[in-house]
Design a protein around this ligand. Sequence first.
Ligand code: FES
Length: 170
Amino acid sequence: MATPISLDQTNFMTVVTDTPTGPVAQAIAAHKHRQGPLLPILHDVQNALGHIPSDAVGEIASALNLSRAEVHGVVTFYHSFTSEQQGEHIVEVCRAESCQAMGGRDIEAAFKQQLGLDWGETSSDKKVTLEPVYCLGNCACSPSVRIGHKVYGRVDAARVAELIADIQEA
Ligand code: FES
């Protein structure tokens, strides 16, 4: 006669709760015991999800014994964190002095017009987000634009169209 299989619920629950699932739980588990864990956790979540969802704010606050307001305050303070889902490609157009002096306003206008987006907006297909940035460290080649991790210098209206076409084809 076959021996009945017994399922030990206590052990099962232990396995589930000890194994972080999802990017937020994984980020918390990876950094919770560090000194100053909040920023590394937020960076991991931002990198994994492209934004910091409100659910994540609560989960992180609870894990670090902080209030939601404290975590939300950090998310909104730092430019590198966003509460909204961003596009697959982040287009950052430099609005600082050197780029402005070298025709940056025309480049801003060209990106806005050709993408149909204003600052901080994301296309409906979630492909592109348009963001202002204040100096990319590429002033000698103003006006400058960063798309993802790549910086482009001496951008003109024709180059804007090429860059947008590259994004659409990617
Ligand atoms: S001012 Fe635009 S790169 Fe420095």
